[in-house]
Design a binder for this molecule. Structure first.
Ligand SMILES: C[S@@+](CC[C@H](N)C(=O)[O-])C[C@H]1O[C@@H](n2cnc3c(N)ncnc32)[C@H](O)[C@@H]1O
Length: 259
């Protein structure tokens, strides 16, 4: 086992994997995952809705917007439909760079490196707090003269300072050209989406698991998309993005295009 992997405290990537029905988690992750579920019973649906949103957004970007490059920051453990599989199903030549800082994701990264021969996948072990390093590493695989879809799903919630979170997004989006996209999800306490359950759930998480998490309001979420053209249907529960019948979850989702 990678000696950076700690099995005495729950880690987000592993608990997320547990909620998605995966097997790459430890007893401590399942215990914390179950306790969080007791505070916020729909958390498993949040995880599934987030992945389904990723599927719809990447399919749209590859099939309709013609995007062929993807930078997926805060990838998570490999699961059923990873970004490169979705994109390369539409366009086998798609190039995908994955980034995460959890040692367990690094250990399983091989499963993300199964690119179609026409395309490329790469994995970068890096921290979202350091976008310059991410961009330098991604620039070895992606051509920043051509549009890039930047995926930041369920990870800005681990950047506790909102100004810093905005600055990370701005730095990454400044490096990519017009026609690039930002795909974003984020949990909320907003009652409009039934987010009240997140209050006790996140309090419990922050006392027993890592990394610490925060929720954001609709206005804060919107501020991450400043300067981008919001694609229809705008900012909605990620379960409802281009899926009008989806059962709402307390996780905002949106896609913005760089003009
Ligand atoms: C909730 S999961 C989301 C996974 C995937 N993006 C999805 O939507 O299904 C968040 C991921 O972000 C990663 N993460 C958290 N903080 C990070 C940081 N500072 N830098 C890089 N990755 C981070 C975690 O390890 C975890 O894999």
């Amino acid at each position: 086992m990678n000696d950076r992997i700690r099995t005495d405290i729950a880690h987000n990537a592993r608990v997320w994997n547990y909620w998605l029905g995966g097997k790459d988690n430890y007893p401590v992750d399942r215990e914390v995952g179950d306790r969080v579920t007791s505070f916020h019973p729909s958390i498993g649906e949040v995880a599934r809705a987030d992945r389904a949103f990723l599927g719809r957004a990447v399919t749209y970007l590859a099939a309709e917007a013609g995007v062929r490059q993807f930078l997926d920051i805060g990838t998570g453990l490999p699961t059923a439909d990873n970004t490169h599989e979705i994109a390369q199903r539409v366009a086998p030549e798609s190039r995908v760079v994955y980034v995460d800082n959890d040692p367990i994701v690094l250990t399983h990264a091989r499963a993300l490196l199964t690119s179609a021969p026409e395309g490329v996948t790469e994995y970068v072990d890096a921290d979202a707090h350091d976008p310059a390093t991410i961009l330098a590493a991604a620039g070895r695989t992606l051509d920043f003269e051509r549009p890039v879809a930047v995926l930041i799903l369920g990870i800005l919630n681990f950047v506790l300072d909102t100004d810093e979170a905005r600055s990370i997004v701005r730095t990454v989006m400044a490096a990519v050209p017009s026609g690039s996209h930002l795909v974003l999800t984020h949990p909320t306490f907003d009652a409009e989406l039934g987010g009240e359950g997140n209050i006790a759930a996140m309090e419990f998480w922050n006392a027993h698991a890592t990394p610490p998490i925060t929720a954001r309001s609709r206005a804060e979420f919107a501020s991450f998309l400043d300067g981008l053209e919001l694609l229809e249907p705008g900012i909605v529960s990620c379960a409802r993005w281009r899926a009008p019948d989806g059962a709402e979850v307390a996780q905002y989702g949106a896609v913005g295009r760089k003009p």
